[in-house]
Design a binder for this molecule. Structure first.
Ligand code: HEC
Ligand code: HEC
Length: 265
């Protein structure tokens, strides 16, 4: 839990939202009616939940990331019935916390980028039109500018526009900004099973790298993008997307029009 203290890097007070980072209101179904009539009931617990289950004898079980513990509630009782520590090792991370917190508008970065990935959705923005959520699991460092249009020139511009502007968040301080950036840069797609058709993969790679075909002229380097906006006949110039983790994130293209890779081609 971040207390409302000072930002050690700046000597400035920490923004007020830091206090509400990891509050988890856990409200059982039968108590929702009471909430509507202005009597919030249910459990209030300051942990980072990563899984919730209801046990056979009707206890609510929450697994928390930080602190690493299992917390069991009995319906109708606000205090936890049992707290079982799973580890003493701390995974406290300011970037992870900021990414997962309620910004103040009831939404978190992780609402659309679960695990730093993508939600499978194409969101409709009033001014720019439909935009497919981009996965962030390819190592964000060195891939600016951001967004399909490439209109976010760096990470702090994106945070100002998205976190502060669209999500009504507080102004993050430098420690929080650099923490979030550093944490995002650690993200990679989930490991995949070993390929079963190595010959097909080699054939595909040869085509991809063939100068006459030209894929690698735009999808170049270790992140498979040259970070440039190009018009490839899809109604405007868009950032060349990284192709890392491609198999698990259909639909494709800035407006999510291609349900499969075959569609895309
Ligand atoms: C409502 C869903 C939603 C929320 C909330 C959200 N994003 Fe996104 N994110 C998107 C969409 C959609 C795009 C593509 C937008 C575009 O191109 O205009 C995107 C794109 C991005 C990109 C660009 C990736 C690239 O390769 O260019 C980054 C970085 C990013 N989001 C980080 C964040 C962070 C950090 C937060 C929290 C402050 C956040 N997002 C909150 C949906 C969301
Ligand atoms: C001239 C630059 C350029 C070349 C060459 C190019 N691409 Fe792309 N590629 C792009 C751009 C820009 C987009 C995004 C277009 C959009 O969303 O409207 C894109 C999108 C994609 C996507 C969708 C990815 C996603 O996340 O939605 C795939 C897959 C892809 N390209 C693969 C290839 C392959 C394979 C080749 C070679 C046959 C190739 N590209 C050649 C620029 C290029």
């Amino acid at each position: 839990m971040v207390s409302a203290g000072k930002d050690v890097s700046q000597g400035r007070p920490e923004p007020p939202f830091a206090e509400s980072v990891v509050q988890v209101p856990v409200v059982s179904q039968h108590s929702i009616g009471n909430c509507l009539f202005g009597q919030p009931v249910g459990h209030h617990l300051e942990v980072q939940p990563i899984a919730v289950a209801v046990t056979r004898n009707n206890l609510t079980a929450i697994q928390s990331r930080e602190p690493a513990e299992l917390v069991l509630f009995t319906p109708g009782r606000p205090a936890p019935t049992v707290r079982i520590s799973l580890s003493n090792e701390s995974k406290e991370d300011i970037g992870h916390k900021l990414f997962h917190m309620n910004s103040g508008a009831g939404i978190a970065c992780a609402s659309c980028h679960p695990e730093g990935g993508e939600d499978g959705r194409t969101w409709n923005f009033a001014c720019i039109g439909p935009r497919r959520t981009q996965s962030l699991q390819f190592g964000l460092a060195g891939t600016a500018p951001f967004h399909w249009d490439g209109d976010m020139k760096d990470f702090s511009t994106l945070m100002n526009q998205v976190f502060v502007g669209r999500m009504s968040g507080g102004q993050p301080n430098n420690l929080q900004l650099s923490g979030m950036k550093a944490w995002l840069d650690t993200l990679r797609p989930a490991p995949r099973p070993a390929p079963t058709q190595p010959a097909a993969i080699a054939r595909g790679q040869a085509i991809f790298l063939d100068a006459k075909v030209g894929c690698a002229s735009c999808h170049s380097g270790p992140k498979l993008t040259n970070n440039v906006s190009v018009d490839v006949g899809t109604s405007g110039a868009f950032q060349v997307p990284s192709l890392i983790g491609l198999a698990d994130r259909a639909p494709y293209m800035h407006h999510g029009c291609a349900k499969t890779l075959r569609n895309r081609f």
